[in-house]
Design a protein. Structure first.
Length: 124
């Protein structure tokens, strides 16, 4: 059996295009990558001018999660309230809250998501 991995380069992790092509999701820490049991961590890029709602009010997860914006600008809608986002801002999304994310028209928005407990990354 191989050695447990603890350090990851973004280019070496599982990557999926989700939400109709608007998001590139790098699934960094999850049970399959390193055995983590109580959370998962993703590095997402929302493409400039796009959103993950696609003419819906958004989506929801049973798990609570948070976002940390690394670069770019955009926003998030949580239960119908819109919030503008920029680098170094953090967002908490309660379990069951209907939400969606968008990126500014001029630039991609890169952000980290942590789900606790893990789960949504298994459905991507």
């Amino acid at each position: 059996m191989g050695e447990t991995k603890y350090v990851f380069k973004l280019e070496d992790v599982e990557t999926k295009t989700i939400h109709g092509g608007s998001v590139i999701s790098h699934i960094v820490l999850h049970e399959q990558s390193c055995g983590v049991k109580n959370f998962s961590l993703l590095h997402n890029t929302m493409k400039a001018g796009l959103n993950c709602a696609h003419d819906t009010p958004g989506h929801f997860h049973e798990e609570e999660h948070c976002m940390f914006v690394l670069s770019g600008k955009g926003g998030i809608s949580i239960d119908g309230t819109r919030y503008n986002l920029e680098p170094d801002m953090t967002v908490f999304v309660p379990p069951g809250a209907v939400h969606y994310v968008w990126a500014d028209k001029q630039q991609d928005m890169k952000y980290i998501i942590i789900y606790s407990p893990p789960g949504p990354e298994k459905k991507l």
